[in-house]
Design a protein around this ligand. Sequence first.
Ligand SMILES: [Zn+2]
Ligand SMILES: [Zn+2]
Length: 343
Amino acid sequence: MIPYFKNKYLQTLLQCFLLGILVLANLQCVLRPSGDLREFESYFPHENPNSLIQKGKVRVTFLGTTSILLDDGETQVLTDGFFTRPSLWKTAFSKIESDPIILASVLEKAKINRLKGIFVCHSHYDHAMDSPFVAKLTNAKLFGSNSTINVGLGAGLDMANMEEFQIGKPIKLGKFVITVLESKHTPPFRILGKTNATDPDFPNITSPLIQPVKAFAYIEGGTFDFYIQHGKNKIVIKSSTNFVKGAYDKIKADVLFLGIAQLSLQPKQFQEEFFDETIQKLNPKFIIPIHWDNFFKPLDKPLEPNLKLGDDFDANMNALLKRTAKDQIQVQLMQGFETIDLF
Ligand SMILES: [Zn+2]
Ligand SMILES: [Zn+2]
């Protein structure tokens, strides 16, 4: 009996050991970037103009995920402003909160000093978490859904410094005119057995959200796109990889900031419709992909593609490039803190 027991024991130990190695190898694999930026180097213009912004021009600075700073030399407008970017480990296993030192350093490095409005596309933490603190530090007004207003209230931001979205009603900030459009979140996906789908019984953040809190406390609360006019020029910022059919029927855009996260993980027909409802309807001169970078990594390091765990950057880019080649639309990628003069 004893040798048998010993054998069985050794066998189980060996099985556990092999299983451990398999799990680790798998984890190693899915925690790698889902693409190689060197393959797409020719799409990075690396322009970074240093001169003063000329009258009538609009300069954009990319600040990772869907944080986009627009600046015409007089007025600055920002989407989301998510800069803290806690690590994957921290986000998965502990409560998270805005880091005032990181926020201050990003504001300084990106020269955010005449910001008038922050527009939050939805209330998941990778969009809404830092926005009220950026509003506090800059005196800019926070615009968002009722859920985002609750993120603001939880951060101690006064209601006077916030405004709830009114779909279709233009907001004038300097020479920028921003119209909020109804949109849809990227289709839900499962990660480590958990879904990020919104619980239909709890679709909104209904009371002030006080940090630190777990990431899942940031409920979507509706998803929105931004149609931004500046003189005769038009910009659309679409953060999520989804669409409301017909939402762009009456508008055109010179520049489209297009969320491409998980695009290639969707069925082919969805991808086609997504392109039809965005690129075909808006007919932009150029497209800047957004929400492609791994937001578990800090913004002061070069941005890397989203992890294999939940995305496929190479396939997303290839799908976009295949579609845009047909219509000869330019695609430009931007690294963190890089700038381009749009018009
Ligand atoms: Zn989201
Ligand atoms: Zn997101």
